[in-house]
Design a protein around this ligand. Structure first.
Ligand SMILES: O=C(O)C(=O)Cc1ccccc1
Length: 282
């Protein structure tokens, strides 16, 4: 039986497009399963309902996808298998013509990615946020053209639901791309994947002067390059934070392990989400 890979659904999301691409490059392709909510999608991997999932983590224009980071931080069993950097193309799709559009539906990320376009072309349109871009297309398709509703979505979501392209490539920056993580449960990881990055999540004592500096020093002293630092509320008390460190893999594993161990000793808790390769699609 093929393994299952969860993606944010319904069919036609950016996530599904990215997962189809990745699937074609895996040693054994998976059955793609759409899940309407990102939280549920990750929870189903954690619970063993799905074998793996491809989930967005960060967009080049809009930054972190908080629900993904929060789930990774609180999960006991999730690890990262692969990272995929995916170019995001947003289309304005509707049944009506450009001049009739009064309301625009989409996922919060594409709404932000297309802010300048929306402000200059539809300053008075009502903006409605949806759970995914493909869900936006479904909602628009269920209404007559006279509703004046439009969706920002993929070309495929529009085609699947019978919408026409009103405007193509409406993102504010043509280099718009999203980082996805393929996640699975610890222990189910595939063997011998190329090693390019490591994800560490930890909580440090934010009230102690120099606490973050002390942690960064452990990486700096060993020449470990950080490619990203992100912080999220620890969800304990106001002012408590969790830090996400993306580290560049170094073939000198001893240095890497030493730095992680030293950071663990200075942290309230630390989790290593694994070593993984990065695939970039241009
Ligand atoms: O709504 C979608 O199509 C998604 O897959 C979520 C998303 C939105 C924008 C960039 C990447 C993923």
């Amino acid at each position: 039986m093929p393994k299952t890979m969860g993606v944010l659904g319904p069919r036609g999301t950016h996530s599904e497009a990215a997962a189809s691409y990745l699937n074609g490059r895996l040693p054994e392709s998976c059955e793609l399963v759409t899940v309407p909510d990102l939280f549920d999608c990750l929870q189903e991997v954690e619970d063993g309902v799905l074998d793996t999932a491809l989930v967005p983590v960060e967009n080049s224009l809009e930054g972190a996808i908080h629900i993904t980071l929060d789930m990774l931080a609180r999960s006991k069993s999730l690890c990262v298998l692969r990272e995929l950097i995916w170019p995001v193309h947003n289309q304005l799709m509707a049944k009506c013509g450009a001049a009739e559009i009064r309301r625009i539906y989409s996922h919060p990320q594409p709404i932000s990615q297309c802010r300048a376009y929306i402000q200059s072309h539809y300053p008075r349109a009502e903006i409605i946020k949806t759970s995914s871009t493909a869900r936006a297309a479904e909602l628009v398709a269920a209404e007559p053209a006279s509703s004046g509703w439009a969706a920002i979505c993929t070309e495929r979501a529009g085609a699947l639901t019978g919408l026409r392209t009103v405007a193509a490539e409406i993102q504010d920056n043509m280099a718009n791309c999203t980082r996805f993580f393929q996640v699975s449960r610890r222990g189910s990881a595939e063997q011998a994947l190329p090693k390019e990055k490591v994800l560490i999540i930890c909580q440090i004592n934010g009230r102690k002067a120099g606490a973050l500096y002390e942690v960064l020093k452990e990486f700096a002293q060993r020449g470990i390059n950080l490619t990203r630092i992100e912080s999220r509320p620890a969800r304990t008390e106001l002012g408590d934070y969790i830090f996400f460190f993306d580290l560049e893999y170094t073939p000198d594993e001893r240095l890497l392990q030493e730095s992680i161990q030293a950071v663990a000793e200075k942290s309230i808790w630390l989790k290593n989400l694994g070593v993984f390769p990065v695939l970039t699609v241009s």
